[in-house]
Design a protein. Sequence first.
Lengths: 218, 218
Amino acid sequence: MRNNNQVSVPVIKRLPRYHRYLEELKNMGVVRISSKELSMRMGLTASQIRQDLNCFGGFGQQGYGYNIEQLYNEIGAILGIDKRSKAIMIGAGNLGHAIATHLHFENRGFDLIGIFDNNPNVVGTDIGGRIVMNSSELDEFCKKEKPVVAILCIPSEYAEENADKLISLGIKGFWNFTQYDLIRKYKDIAVENVHLGDSLMTLCYQINTFSDNGEEIK
Amino acid sequence: MRNNNQVSVPVIKRLPRYHRYLEELKNMGVVRISSKELSMRMGLTASQIRQDLNCFGGFGQQGYGYNIEQLYNEIGAILGIDKRSKAIMIGAGNLGHAIATHLHFENRGFDLIGIFDNNPNVVGTDIGGRIVMNSSELDEFCKKEKPVVAILCIPSEYAEENADKLISLGIKGFWNFTQYDLIRKYKDIAVENVHLGDSLMTLCYQINTFSDNGEEIK
DNA sequence: TAGATTGTTAATCGATTAACAATC
DNA sequence: TAGATTGTTAATCGATTAACAATC
């Protein structure tokens, strides 16, 4: 794995998808695949796949293609999913509850080590085997456990103050489910925004445009 | 609003974000804004904002800028959020429950008119004032109500069969929360994939790359 | 070896940024 | 009017696709 630093965002965003397809092929017992065949399965060009992979190194073999298990492991290593960074969740309402139970954090590079809320009705409840802690315990917890990522499942209006505080407690990245655009406020802080509302509105545009002219936009 | 057809995907994806910022400005009582000032707030270039908006028409005025309320309404109209398409949800587990209660569908172009599940423990329960129906009632419901969008909150392995069935029942678009890549399978069907697992892995990559060299990638 | 398929360079395409005349 | 800011064309930048020599 070389040349890790200068890889463009579009390439990085495609890596998890490669990982998914390779996992499926691996589970089907397929041993090798060519960029051509993978490209047809994924709806990409073979050229793009080879370009993407060669940002990180030459994982293939001329005349043969790629070994699926090896490539799967390489991409996992590039993503860093074996590192298991410590994550905490802020906000255990409906959405937080669902995210905490629905996602397999362990397979995606994280351990969810704490869930916090300030609603007394929620504090103390069990979410997937984890007891929700009171937000007042957050400082002490962070000093002791040193989590690096915070998952924000709180109302948008509290996003900024929470982010500021969490950064002061050593948080280096956010998985942000609030409307508030965390991105751009801080340097050297990783942010992954999940703007569900934006996504829904994009679908709305598509639906209305499709029905206007009966054709696909993309 | 002209030239609706040939607008590129990156532009469309930015529209909801413009809408959010304009809503905030509107609520703050600001009346007008220049592309320059909006660009600084949003972290874009003024040029990009003007280019984006001019895909749909000239909403500004030389020497003045843009009227916030008017532009807000125009973008809402472009997205079609006043159309209120009928949507149904398939799967009322943790994630479905959270999505159904968390999102304001009415403000984003949809009415959630039905929630379906095949788990007898869930059927009949109340989710935000809506009673979960049995999946066996789906056919009849669709024939009667003619929903256009389905929100898939089911396990990935059932995504394909459900999608096929829903399309036969008249569904024209999916908000897809499963791992399964719906996109590309069907023509003339709108798909908005929300791959939470991919998002988390992208964050994982960022976290590990940041800590490697202490610098931002983007 | 011959055929297949990579890694990589070059060409193309599309999106973003810059520049500026038009005009409020 | 003069200043500000748009709409729009041109220039740049970056990402995708095509081509092909290298090589398994």
